[in-house]
Design a protein. Structure first.
Length: 433
């Protein structure tokens, strides 16, 4: 039996795609082993959202090549889609795939085993028109199940390479979503997370009125589901009917990730984001009024070309007014081929680093303020991982809860939240009804 190891960088979509490819290899008789092991095949699913992602991908390719110089190394994902020649130039790479045709990855690996040279199967992703529907032949090993329902992006934010690496919008059919979700629930998963590259645009390519509301409702109707969550969602694509569903359906998590990216209208315009501060403020107000207690997390990029100290200070003050439950802060990273990479007034790295630290301090304070509101309350927690006797998991509002009580991962427990702890809250299992 041949062995195969997987390494995944990047987003939840990448994690789902790796799980799909693991199933394909298992179906073909391969044994999945940890990526620290010597394996016959290594599959590296790359990320290219930042230049660091590219660098990390190259480092990992070289690491596994040193681990087993005779291995077949297959590289897939956004980095190989964006820069296939760079990937092919790295010693040891034998198969190069982009962000499509992963259904045939086992065939390409076995072709590489039988032949010399490099198997290059990177297609023109801008010509893609159909969602690549790869069934889950094997169940994920995580406790929350990611289910990819959408591919591609048409936003073309000026800093982002992803529309060029993922192509146009393609949505998964509702019947397939229902079938795959049922499979996950039958296997015992309690929570499903719907993921996509441009999730809010789900169904637009069908041109029949199908939307993310329909996809969510399809999963919510299935028996066995305890929780449904959405991954990142563009704020302008949060429809009233979807918001009503989040409010009214008891199994829909009261958590939304709505990327802001900048708190300055001038920077938002340069980013080619399709809203301004007033519109975003109105949306956040509407969400909080519609769904009391909702947790809103966000992403913010600092050091975008042309961002002055005054613009950053304006952004900092604006973000303070929004009360996010969680905020991810990223320094701007130039991506070759994007409009922003050619913009004048690129911000020096030391300045970006300083602004990141300042915004991260605010992020920590906002998270603590949000968590503190829940101290003394009882919340349902889906536990995920155990380390040295401490098990952690998530509430429906995405608060990470830690306990030293004896619990099973993958199961839901009622927990009384007692004190702030690490990046979340410490709690004790509650026997209350």
């Amino acid at each position: 039996m041949s062995t195969v190891a997987f390494i995944t960088l990047g987003c939840k979509v990448n994690q789902f795609e790796t799980e799909s490819m693991e199933g394909l290899f298992k179906q073909s008789g391969y044994d999945i082993v940890p990526n620290t092991n010597v394996a016959d095949v290594y599959v590296i699913n790359t990320c290219s959202v930042t230049s660091f992602g590219d660098k990390k991908s190259r480092q990992l390719i070289r690491r596994v090549q040193r681990l087993n110089p005779k291995a077949i190394i297959a590289v897939t994902g956004c980095y190989s889609q964006a820069a296939p020649d760079e990937v092919k130039a790295i010693e040891g790479v034998r198969v190069v795939l982009g962000t499509s045709d992963r259904a045939n990855i086992v065939n390409y690996v076995e072709q590489a085993m039988a032949e010399d040279g490099i198997i290059d199967r990177v297609d023109d992703i801008m010509k893609a028109r159909e969602f690549e529907d790869i069934p889950l032949y094997e169940m994920p090993t995580r406790t929350r199940a990611f289910l990819k329902i959408q591919e591609g992006c048409t936003n073309f934010c000026s800093y982002c390479i992803i529309p060029y690496t993922r192509g146009p919008l393609r949505s998964r059919k509702l019947e397939s979503i229902r079938s795959e979700a049922k499979k996950l629930l039958d296997h015992g998963f309690k929570e499903i997370v719907l993921t996509g590259i441009h999730l809010g645009a789900y169904g637009k390519d069908f041109k029949d009125g199908t939307s993310l509301y329909d996809a969510a409702k399809t999963v919510l109707e299935l028996p066995g589901l305890r929780r449904l969550r959405l991954s990142s969602l563009e704020s302008i694509e949060l429809s009233k009917e979807l918001l009503d569903l989040i409010k009214n359906h008891p199994k829909f998590s009261h958590h939304l990730h709505l990327p802001l990216q900048a708190g300055s209208d001038e920077v938002l315009k340069k980013m080619n984001r399709h809203y301004n501060r007033d519109e975003f403020t109105s949306l956040i107000k509407n969400v909080k009024e519609s769904v009391p207690g909702v947790a809103i997390s966000t992403d913010v990029i600092v050091g975008f070309p042309g961002e002055t100290e005054e613009m950053f200070a304006e952004s900092l003050e604006y973000i303070k007014t929004l009360g996010f439950a969680r905020m991810h802060v990223f320094p701007y990273s130039p991506r070759t081929g994007t409009p922003a990479a050619k913009m004048p007034d690129q911000v020096p790295e030391p300045v970006k680093k300083d602004r990141v630290h300042r915004l991260q301090a605010l992020a920590q304070q906002m998270a603590e303020d949000f968590h503190s509101q829940y101290l003394g309350t009882v919340q349902e927690v889906l536990f995920e991982t155990n380390n040295d006797g401490i098990t952690d998991g998530l509430t429906d509002t995405y608060i990470r809860v830690y306990t030293d009580d004896e619990v099973k991962t993958g199961e839901l427990y009622k927990v009384r939240l007692e004190k702030l702890y690490k990046d979340g809250v410490y709690g004790k299992i509650c026997k209350c009804e």
